[in-house]
Design a protein. Sequence first.
Length: 69
Amino acid sequence: MLTINVAVLLAVIVVLRLRRRTEARSRFDEKMTVVIVLALGIMLAPTEVGQGIVSFLGQLVSGASQAGQ
């Protein structure tokens, strides 16, 4: 039986939605994209991948703020 990770499915949907041209999007379409991205973020946050992303982004921001001083 094939199992699909919901986070992977949402990531694919986000990529497909963001590839569309901006002019072709309605307000509802943009709101749905935001909701899907938020759901993806909530699903990734407690996982090891999510924690790794947060750690990487924290190091990136800290490096950028130190470089600006």
